[in-house]
Design a protein around this ligand. Structure first.
Ligand code: NAP
Length: 306
């Protein structure tokens, strides 16, 4: 499948920071679609496959300041601070008038902090968190929600169109962060309820594979549900999206609810379950692993299915 972003846009130079589960396929897609791309990763070994494919590799963040736009895809608020505001960071030095486009799932607070620093350096920040996992990136099938100055959005849009089949402009400031966090609250609860109901099904003699296939193909089916269902069926919990990252997101959602005084009991229940999974040392597994956790707790045996 292709989208309008498959067209080459080689004119703009793009820096890319963070070649993790998401960042590596995103950078690969940009490169394959003809962008002039320079990559940086804290652990340099992860740049090797991109270098082989033709990307330029920066040894320091400072080298990316020559690019028109720099996309960051790191884990948490503190990680974004480290690569932008930290010593030797993107905004720590001269030539900082580039557009920073952050695709990580982080808070509105750090967004405001980094945006102010970027503007003080002559540049700007577009907050551009994404929905969709590593598997949809090669075909440019992410969804991206953006906020910041309209000019920043216009400047970054062609590169974002290469990565996403839907790019939404939600307004100024950090509003896109809230949209992304709300999205992940829905995703977390969905995985939790599928795990819970699958354990119930197993306990009453329903074949877990049949149930999960039916759910994936039925009214609530989606690529996300189908992917998590596959993990729950096979009990092989690859960590494309770790429970630790999801705990970060539901905690950001918890903070939003506290701030606004709105009760979100369903999300809170899911947050507690994910927190227990992480506390049990399973934070590097996919949250689909909740199924094993809930089965153990209920004394239900799960059979491994091919
Ligand atoms: P990941 O696999 O853990 O990758 C994180 C990347 O950030 C790595 O390249 C890491 O470098 C780099 N990094 C972290 N801290 C850093 C620091 N202090 N300084 C420099 N580099 C640092 O995470 P991911 O799954 O790609 O997720 C990235 C972001 O996207 C997260 O905010 C996540 O919530 C969000 N997200 C993830 C998914 C998904 O399905 N995975 C989907 C949508 C959104 P090293 O290689 O050196 O560790």
């Amino acid at each position: 499948m292709s989208n309008p972003g498959d067209t080459c846009h080689p004119a703009t130079s793009v820096g890319f920071v963070g070649l993790g589960n998401m960042g590596r396929p995103m950078a690969e897609r940009l490169l394959r679609c003809g962008w002039n791309i320079t990559v940086y990763n804290r652990t340099p070994a992860k740049t090797a496959s991109l270098a082989e494919a033709g990307a330029q590799v920066a040894r320091t963040l400072a080298e990316l300041r020559e690019c028109d736009i720099v996309i960051t895809m790191v884990g948490t608020d503190d990680d974004l601070r480290a690569v932008t505001l930290g010593t030797g960071g993107l905004l720590d030095g001269a030539n900082t008038d580039f557009l920073l486009v952050d695709c990580s799932t982080v808070s509105a607070e750090v967004t405001d902090e980094v945006a102010a620093a970027a503007r003080a350096c002559g540049g700007d920040l577009l907050a551009a968190p994404v929905a969709g996992g590593p598997s949809v990136i090669p075909e440019g099938r992410l969804a991206i929600v953006c906020s910041g100055a309209p000019e920043a959005f216009d400047h970054a849009k062609p590169a974002l169109n290469t990565l996403a089949h839907k790019v939404i402009y939600a307004g100024s400031g950090a509003i896109s962060r809230q949209v992304k966090i709300l999205h992940n609250l829905i995703a977390a609860v969905l995985v939790h309820v599928i795990a819970e109901v699958s354990v119930l099904g197993e306990s009453i003699g329903v074949d877990r594979g049949d149930l999960l296939e039916f759910v994936s193909a039925g009214a609530v089916g989606s690529p996300f549900v189908a992917y998590k269902a596959e993990l729950m069926k096979s009990l092989e919990f690859t960590a494309d999206f770790t429970a630790a990252l999801m705990l970060k997101d539901v905690t950001l959602g918890h903070d939003l609810a506290e701030m606004s005084g709105v009760d979100i009991p369903i999300v809170e229940h899911t947050r507690e379950a994910i927190a227990e999974l992480v506390a049990a040392g399973l934070g590097e597994s996919d949250i689909a692993r909740l199924i094993e956790f809930l089965a153990d707790r209920n004394g239900v045996a799960l059979t491994r299915r091919p």
